[in-house]
Design a protein around this ligand. Structure first.
Ligand code: KG4
Ligand code: ZN
Length: 405
């Protein structure tokens, strides 16, 4: 079957069409069309994501992305008849999304529509104004194409992103098997969670951050160093340079000492806000004697920060793997684009848990995307999830900023 999927939970607008078969036990996926627009440049100068700006950008970009994904998929069909009632209903649904109704209708009046069997959309968690655009758009499409709508939890999307083993260029459809129980470490801009899964769709959060998410900490530390949003990739680049130049060894007198928050707390929870504050105080302390940090000091700070974060993530994951006896470790979310953390997880598994299968998404599926929403949508569809909506029922669907797994 073919699934049209939509993601607008934060600052990526994405639309995909994927093909899936094999059911829940041995799903096989192929990407037919994938279109993504990252709003990073729009938000970067403000140092973070502005929900209302994200909302406007999503509304502007969804139809062009739908057009692109459909063209790439190479498979279109005629739209069912649009009655006056249908058109009015769609107009009401899209009334709060600036320009989206007009853009959608000028598209469907001049083009065939994608030939799909269902529509999947991120219903939460995320920035609620941003989520609403995707949810409203998906409801409109469900009515216009007369296809069922599958609401998807964004965090489940990050979990199943590991099932597309060749990444977004993939048209092969090779899907790794996941053995349960599986432990999922979800690390993104909004979440840091350890989730125990006994089977698909059975999740228990066994640990989470008590304050900032790990990606948020990267972004905040980057801002302290006057680096633009998103900070993760920039901090990670500086840290890499520091390691390559062995700056800690060369300049021990310039080294930073940051805490490893909650390393020995005895549970699976995290805390990153104190780490960010420790960076702030350490920088302020050094700036008592000088105007700005040197390049060397910045790089060494990035390395120490990345070390601190990685140590905590690895220690908690290790403890959780020991206690849950998990057969798989799934890692998802934007922060797992970080090479140092990826390598540390590989080392953890190969040295201490050689019988545990490590599943990490390809880099292109780490940050937000709609392919993972399509994958999750398929698994929900084939398990006949009671939350699947018929086109006549979609009005009940809402965006849920704080949705939990
Ligand atoms: O999953 P994602 O795209 O959005 C959320 O659902 O939050 O994650 C975005 C987060 C940002 O905080 C960004 O700084 C972080 O992922 N990130 C990284 C790296 N690449 C992206 N953090 C550390 N190292 C990276 N290389
Ligand atoms: Zn995400």
């Amino acid at each position: 079957m073919r699934i049209l999927s939509i993601e607008t939970s934060c600052d990526e607008t994405a639309v995909s069409i994927i093909e899936a078969e094999g059911g829940i036990t041995s799903p096989v996926y192929k990407i037919l069309g994938n279109a993504l627009y990252s709003q990073i440049d729009v938000h970067s100068e403000y140092g973070g994501v502005f929900p209302m700006l994200a909302k406007r950008e999503h509304a502007k970009n969804l139809v062009p992305l739908l057009l692109k994904a459909t063209e790439l998929s190479g498979s279109t069909t005629n739209i069912p008849e649009i009655t006056v009632e249908k058109k009015e209903l769609v107009q009401t649904i899209l009334s709060k999304e600036e320009g989206l109704f007009d853009a959608l209708f000028s598209y469907i009046e001049t083009h065939e529509v994608p030939d799909v069997d269902c529509i999947a959309v991120t219903e939460g968690p995320g920035l609620e104004p941003a989520l609403w655009v995707g949810v409203s758009f998906a409801k409109a499409l469900s009515i216009l194409l007369d296809k069922p709508l599958v609401p998807v939890n964004h965090m489940e999307g990050h979990i199943v992103s590991v099932l597309m083993s060749d990444g977004v260029e993939s048209t092969k459809g090779i899907t790794p098997q996941v053995s349960f129980p599986a432990l999922a470490l979800l690390i993104s801009g909004g979440h840091t969670e350890l989730v125990l899964s006994e089977d698909w769709h059975k999740y228990k959060i066994i640990g989470q951050t008590v304050d900032d998410a790990v990606g948020e900490a990267f972004d905040k530390v980057a801002r302290l160093l006057n680096l633009p949003y998103p900070g993760g990739p920039k901090i990670s680049k500086l840290a890499k340079e520091s390691r390559e130049l062995e700056l800690k060894k060369q300049y021990p007198e310039l080294d930073w000492q940051l805490p490893r928050p909650m390393l020995k707390s005895g549970d699976f929870n995290f805390s990153f806000s104190g780490l960010k504050t420790a960076v702030l105080y350490a920088v302020q302390n050094r700036l008592k004697e000088k105007e700005v940090l040197s390049d060397i000091e910045q790089k060494m700070l990035a390395e120490e920060f990345e070390n601190a974060v990685t140590e905590v993530l690895i220690e908690k994951t290790k403890k959780a793997l020991e206690e849950t006896q998990s057969e798989s470790l799934i890692v998802g979310g934007g922060v797992i684009a970080n090479t140092y953390i990826r390598n540390a997880l590989h080392t953890l598994i190969t040295t201490i848990f050689p019988h545990t299968k490590l599943l990490i998404p390809t880099i292109d599926l780490t940050t937000d995307n709609s392919v993972m929403i399509g994958i999750a949508g398929y698994l929900r569809y084939v398990s006949q999830d009671p939350r699947i909506l018929k086109p006549s029922e979609v009005s009940t669907l809402t965006a849920k900023g704080n949705l939990s797994l």
